[in-house]
Design a protein. Structure first.
Length: 442
């Protein structure tokens, strides 16, 4: 990549390095805040939403209904990818990322004020569903922009897999923050957690949004997008163009996420309903286990991204998908014992096969799209997985357990997801170490 330029002229090597650091920090912090918002809902859905918004259903049906509202956020993600992908390729990465942060943060903040069924009947669930959709739209535009903001500041000879993995690092940060917030206010509120304690973590979102905005307003546009502006290569309808020019990459990007995203939401959302509701284990104990798993991710995600720079994105991803296909059986064999130490170890280890895929995933997907269509294409491919993997997986896991009363059926589902990912990843193009600033043949 040539020396970075801005509208006011070229940057020196030192200025470029400083902007790279700022971009990585802004992307990671902003993504952590967005995922805090998104995960806080999943944890609350597994713990209290069934009782509060669907009180007349039996416990299993209430859990399914609560995860149904949870799924709405995943439906919103491809919509957000299309909306914000369009503007990310039209007006730039920076401005679009500010908009996604506001969308997500405000949607989360207002969830804290939604009345329960006891106050306004079914309208509480309706309002919850609308705000969850807004959350989904916000996070749908976030991922692509955050990855590009980091990756497009990296020079050709730098470690793009490692650099692009830092926005992915925002996921365990958000998971840790959201789980810790629930755990703290669960302890503080005690028996009143279902009354008011669960609302406080949603209220705190507005503070995090303020921090994220302050950081993101201080960064420059990426040199790759600036180059597109300088060369007048901005597309009028990037979403339409990328669907016409690179449909294969969009479909493969969605499918390769099956072994990463579907198990992740089983391990971090469904696990609460399963262990606390069915196995009658301590809520705070499971929260602690998920928090430790999130801390493990602080290391495994960037390490996997770094290794992908050495052995190639696809090779790293294939290793992770294969590991996940096997681990599902180990996970449920341990969790079904209801022995605390085994359940704890299973939850902590579950994050590793996920991270072996998630670390290289950002670069693998984003590098596959030509620069002028990259925000739209990578966002759409990444977020479409929400409809087939992340969104339905807690519902599928709940339904499988209801039918077979065993985690073994869920493990088979995870293994099938792994097969899909292995095939899709093997068919993806691999741009490890190649120049990504010039236009591809798209």
């Amino acid at each position: 990549m040539s020396m970075a330029t801005t509208a006011s002229g070229p940057l020196s090597e030192a200025e470029h390095s400083a902007q790279l650091r700022k971009a990585v920090i802004a992307s990671t912090v902003g993504t952590a805040i967005e995922w805090y918002d998104f995960f806080i809902y999943g944890t609350a859905a597994g713990l209290v939403f069934g009782k509060l918004y669907f009180p007349h259903a039996d416990p299993l049906s209430a859990t399914l209904l609560a995860f149904g509202t949870y799924f709405v956020g995943f439906i919103g993600r491809p919509i957000g990818a299309a909306i914000f992908g369009h503007y990310g390729d039209r007006i730039g990465r920076k401005a679009t990322l500010i908009a996604t942060l506001l969308c997500m943060g405000l949607g989360t903040f207002f969830i804290a004020f939604v009345p329960t069924y006891a106050s306004i009947g079914i309208w509480g669930a309706v309002l919850l569903t609308i705000l969850r959709a807004i959350q989904g739209i916000g996070v749908g535009g976030e991922w692509g922009g955050s990855v590009l903001m980091s990756m497009e500041w990296a020079r050709k000879n730098e470690h793009r897999g490692l650099v692009a993995s830092w926005p992915q690092f925002g996921v365990p940060c958000g998971l840790l923050l959201s789980t810790a917030a629930i755990a703290v206010f669960s302890a503080v509120a005690g028996d009143q957690f279902a009354v008011w304690g669960w609302r406080i973590p949603f209220l705190l979102s507005i503070v995090l949004v303020g921090v994220g905005l302050w950081i993101r307003l201080g960064i420059l546009e990426t040199p790759v997008f600036q180059k597109l502006l300088d060369q007048n290569k901005i597309e009028n309808a990037p979403i339409v163009e990328v669907i016409k020019k690179q449909p294969r990459e969009i479909i493969l990007s969605a499918l390769l996420r099956m072994a990463e995203q579907a198990p992740f939401y089983i391990f971090t959302a469904f696990v609460f309903a399963y262990t606390v509701g069915t196995l009658k284990m301590s809520r705070d104990f499971i929260l602690a286990a998920v928090m430790v798993a999130a801390v493990v991710s602080f290391f495994t995600i960037p390490i996997a991204g770094h290794i992908s720079d050495r052995i190639g994105r696809k090779n790293m991803y294939l290793i992770g998908a294969a590991a996940m296909g096997v681990f599902g059986f180990i996970y449920f064999a341990m969790v079904d014992t209801a022995v605390p130490v085994l359940v704890f170890i299973a939850i902590v280890l579950s994050i590793i096969p996920h991270d072996l895929q998630y670390g290289p995933q950002a670069a693998l997907i984003a590098e596959s799209f030509t620069p002028r269509l990259r925000y739209s294409g990578s966002s759409l491919g990444y977020q479409l997985a929400s409809l087939i993997a992340g969104g339905p997986s807690p519902l599928i896991a709940t339904a499988l357990f209801a039918a077979y009363r065993s985690g073994y059926a869920i493990a088979i589902y995870i293994a099938l997801c792994a097969v899909v990912s292995l095939i899709s990843a093997a068919m993806m193009p691999d741009y490890t170490g190649k120049d990504i600033s010039a236009e591809y043949d798209a």
